[in-house]
Structures are given as C-alpha cells and as structure tokens.
Design a protein around this ligand. Structure first.
Ligand code: GCU
Length: 409
C-alpha cells in the first residue's frame, strides 16, 4: 500500500531530459581525504581514501553489508553434458541459505564450454524473470522465488522470453562459462516481500523496523553475487582469477556495489545502470534520488532519502564508486535512447573515476567528450554508447567479450 502511494507521488515529479538545463555542479574530490590530504600513490589510496569512501557508500547509499556469515549449501540438481547443442555442460544448482531456523532458496544456472578442457573465465549475471526466461530449454527450472510475485503470469515471463539478453552461445563460443540466477531469489523485488529475502536470515532482523544505515535489496543482491563466486570456487573448470560480473539496470547498480566490496570480481560491467549505478547524481538528468527513493523504497538504505532533491549534499558521487573498483577493470555501457539512465552521466562518471586508475599506472578515459555511438573505449576503464533503448543486446555482449578478452587472455 505504502509502495503504491510512493509510486503515485513519483508520477507527479518532473524529469529533466534537457542537457542545457543541467546546472553546474561540483563533484566531491576523488583523491582528497577527509583530513584534506591529497592522495598521490596507490598505497595511500588503498590505506586511507578507499576505506573512507567505502564507509560513506555503505552508510549513506547502499547500507552496510553484515560481516556475519550465514550457512549456504549447494545441491547440483541437474547436469547436462550436451547443453547448447553439445557446446556446453549445463548445471542447475540449488543454493540453500539458512540461519538454522529459517531458510530461503535460489537456483543457479551455469554453462561451461565443453571445449577447451582447461579452466575457463566466467561471466556472472543475475536475470530479471527467472532462469527459465533466459533460454527456451524446457529442462530449466522456474526460479524458486517466482511464486511469491504476481507478475509471472504475464507473457513477458514466459520460457525463453528474455533469451535475447543472454547470448549464451556467443559467450560459450568465445571460451567463457556463464552463470545466472534470478535476483528475486535473493530479495524478491517488492518492499512487501522483505521477509522472503536473505536479509531476513541475518541476526537482528526485524521486519517492521529498518535502521537508517541498514542494507536493503541492492545490498542483498550484491551479497548474493559474492555467494555465486563462493560456489564457482568449488568448480574445477572455472578460472577464479578471471571472473567478470555483469549487471543490467538495477542489477548494474548492484554489480558495481558488489565489486566495490568483493575483490574476487576482476571485471565489472554495468549496463544501463543509471541512477544509483554509474550515473552521476549531481547532474539530476533523468531519474533522480527523490524519484528512485519514492518508487523503490526498498533498494537503498534509509539514510539515502535525506538526499532527495539535495544531491549536492551527498558526500560522494558515483565516479567514486567506479574508482573503488580500481585496479580491477570496470566497463560502463549506455544506450542512446535510455535517457532515464542518463547516458552522459554514466560516461562522465567513468571519465571522472580516471585519477584512481592512473594511481596504478592504468589506462583511464582521457577525454570528457562522450564517444560516438558504437565506438567503444577499451582501456582499463571501458565504455560504449549503443544505439537504441534500455536493454542488453548482442552488440553489448560482443563488447563485453572483447573487453574480457583484452584483460583475461
Ligand atoms: C526503473 C528504475 C531504474 C532501474 C530500472 C531497471 O526504471 O527507475 O532505476 O535501473 O527500473 O532496473 O530496469
């Protein structure tokens, strides 16, 4: 009910899509520490500035991820050595998350190329509408959380309906494994379903009460990505020194936050991640803090609401989130017609993350002029602007694979 009310308020807010109406803004300085000292070395960055920024992102935006571990067990449900026309071995693995008295479940779908036989790098990414939606194969199970949602009766949720976003064969042909899980299995994406999320398994959870810096769904989705890595570490065929995390849209926001916290992601790709993802808040172009907090009150921590319409008071901006991933590689992808996600703001964030990468002698983006459509930048920070709408397409995957080849092969 409350959520519905928030969405109505949201509908009345005006959205700026006019570049000439973006007011001048001052980004918080990337390399300037709280005590005023300017960082000049990678060591100083890691010891002083990075922990400071991590704390701010946790306390003011995404909420703190508990340090506590809960029990996670895996059960291989199916193994098909002839998947994808014989190109891959497909596995479905049930994850059970438990605190001893309560548990939730998720299913991972993993494809590993049958050739070569040596270890392979892997792409990890959540899907929006269930594992069964990513491919037409009738042996793929419905993801466990889907029964909690009303939407799955809708035709969009049909088997294979999202397959255009999952270029499995292309990924396998290029020598990569790929693992996906439905994000609803970690936190069903509705504020009224928090009791079914992994968050509800952690000590001190109180469904009626959230403290201001407490983690919410983006924090939970980020946490879940790390649990996928834990499982992949048990798989002999996976080269765990070469893990790429890809997230689209809200899942691109979660991917960036996951990679900032967990060093085991060597590449992170945020596709059309927009507000709360790669885009700079201070531009207030497309979706804003106020709009996102009203429409999705369960995504960010409660402290983040104090910046509704007060972006300039945020102690951080999103170029600093991208910088937290250095020296690992980050790739930001935008779509030209996806103005809601502010393509220019996504690009500028990648540009302004550069000084942190340069501390490691890495190749950052050297101009603040956005590249033309379909002219990808493939340094240690990557970027492309695709033509078309908010989506994940074959074109996007081709660039992600090229970026991964460049850094992994
Ligand atoms: C909404 C939301 C965006 C989000 C997107 C998505 O449009 O406002 O912030 O990125 O959904 O996840 O598809």
């Amino acid at each position: 009910m409350m959520w519905l009310f928030a969405s109505l308020v949201n509908a009345q807010q005006t959205v700026n899509y006019d570049e000439s109406k973006v007011s001048a803004y001052l980004l918080p300085e990337l390399l300037k520490c709280k005590n005023g000292v300017m960082v000049t070395t990678a060591e100083q960055w890691e010891k002083q500035r990075k922990p400071e920024l991590m704390k701010l992102f946790a306390s003011q935006i995404y909420g703190r991820t508990p340090a506590e571990n809960i029990d996670v067990t895996y059960e291989v449900l199916t193994e098909d050595t002839e998947a994808l026309g014989g190109k891959a071995t497909g596995k479905q693995v049930r994850f059970t998350f438990s605190n001893g008295t309560k548990k939730t479940e998720a299913i991972l779908l993993l494809y590993i190329p049958n050739k070569p036989k040596s270890k392979v790098p892997v792409f990890i990414g959540y899907n929006f509408k269930g594992n069964h939606s990513t491919i037409t194969d009738s042996t793929i199970f419905y993801s466990p959380a889907l029964h909690l949602l009303k939407e799955p009766d809708h035709p969009d949720w049909k088997r294979g309906n999202q397959s255009s976003r999952w270029s499995y064969e292309k990924i396998i042909d290029r020598g990569y494994a790929v693992a996906t899980m439905c994000y609803h299995d970690i936190y069903p994406d509705n504020p009224e379903l928090k009791d079914h999320s992994v968050i509800s398994l952690f000590r001190g959870y109180d469904s009626g009460k959230t403290t201001p810096g407490e983690w919410q769904s983006i924090g939970a989705w980020a946490w879940g990505s790390s649990r996928i890595v834990d499982f992949l570490e048990t798989q002999q065929q996976i080269d765990t020194d070469k893990i790429a995390l890809m997230g689209h849209s809200r899942l691109g926001k979660a991917a960036l936050w996951a990679a900032a916290q967990d060093q085991r992601f060597h590449i992170v790709i945020s596709n059309n991640s927009g507000c709360g993802g790669a885009a700079l808040f201070r531009r207030k172009f497309g979706e804003t803090t106020e709009i996102i907090n009203n429409a999705f009150p369960h995504w960010f921590c409660e402290n983040f609401r104090q910046y509704n319409n007060k972006e300039e008071l945020l102690p951080v901006d999103q170029h600093q989130l991208l910088a937290l991933i250095a020296p690992r590689k980050v790739y930001v992808a935008s779509a030209q017609e996806d103005l809601w996600a502010d393509p220019e703001g996504e690009f500028l964030s990648a540009y302004h993350a550069g000084p942190a990468y340069r501390l490691y002698g890495l190749e950052a983006i050297d101009t603040d002029k956005m590249p033309e459509q379909h002219k990808p930048i493939m340094g240690d920070i990557g970027y492309h602007l695709r033509g078309g709408k908010h989506d994940v397409t074959d074109y996007d995957w081709e660039q992600f694979l090229d970026f991964a080849d460049k850094h992994f092969k």
